[in-house]
Design a protein around this ligand. Sequence first.
Ligand code: CAA
Length: 391
Amino acid sequence: MDFQLTDEQLAVQQAARDFAKKELLPGVIERDRNMIYPTDQVKQMCEMGFMGMMVSPDYGGGGMDTLSYVLALEELSKIDASAAVIMSVNNSLVCWGIDKYGTHEQKTKYLPKLTSGEWLGAFCLSEPEAGSDATSQHTTAIDHGDHYIVNGTKNWITNGGKASLHVVMAQSHSELRHRGINTLIIEKSWPGVSIGAKEDKLGIRASDTHSIMYNDVKVSKENRIGPDGFGFKYAMSTLDGGRIGIAAQALGIAAGAYELALRYAQERETFGKPIMHHQTIAFKLADMATEIEAARLLVYRAARIKDLGLDYSSIAAMAKLYASEVAMKHTVEAVQIHGGYGYVKEYHVERLMRDAKITQIYEGTSEIQRLVISRAILNGELYQPVSALWQ
Ligand code: CAA
């Protein structure tokens, strides 16, 4: 295993770090408090090439590897997890899937708009009654020869109010269950598309989350991604990569909270010395540093395995599971280290703690990640016992 980052990866990491400090940090508390979408910052992220990092340069993307994408997301998430999820959904759940499975016409028509920032994308899988159980789609896409008519409601859609393009999963042949689902590209401006009220969330409050309603929306078959009935596999395959992105977001949130807690512990004095010199605090920081580094190795490894073209479904689930649990646990610890200061908004750690929670929920809850991992173990895809050892 090679643990050295390339010059290009280091440059992406540094650019993201500088951008986060200079452009995301000012106003991040205000945006969180008042649910203000970071319009100017997203525009700058587009100019930096952060909105279509892994897309082929033929379609306006950066042609970068997954590890570079992860490094950028980690840095942004240390300061502003809302900006990070806007970027993550556009990259992993929208651009990557169209680039991988779309037709040349779909890529030519849509990817340059999505990578340049002219358009933002949303991934529309979840429904009021289909979250973890993603196969039970109630949204329908009825076949009318050369087009579909789409009806249904999607819930908790990141970028929901801002996105001009929706990647929508809908059931076309309910008797076939998940094999009857299609994925369609729908434009927000089309008749029958309407956007619900903005969600008032616990965390990532500057990101734009809505329900979306489709009422007799006519969608040409040219806008179906992949063959008839490929939609569920499309969603699962896209989410495998998305989970690496959310794992990187969780890692960044944890690392940001750790950096704040460390600085505070070195400055804050009690009983005549910095609290870092009290073992109760020092050991907390030791655990934080160790577990965050372990999460980092898992997240980078998932990215590397994807870049090598190997099967990354299980390692992506492991990375998301572990990094999000670490983020939740250690943002709580960062608040604890800050004491009363941690409980007020200006010290950032309470915001990071609220932001951490969603990483255990979206793009597959921690329970779903455990399901994916345990099924891989049962299927013999992971960690087979070396039989000779025990016989
Ligand atoms: N890649 C490709 N295909 C896959 C796959 C993968 N990773 N995982 C499963 N499949 C295929 C299977 O091969 C199977 O196909 P066949 O029957 O044709 O062989 C089919 O999909 C169904 O698979 P399962 O039998 O495993 O389906 P299941 O219902 O038992 O379980 C699940 C599937 C893992 C629980 C899945 O429903 C799941 O991941 N649920 C969580 C959904 C989720 O992550 N939602 C996130 C919403 S999006 C979001 O949060 C975005 C945002 O805004 C930030």
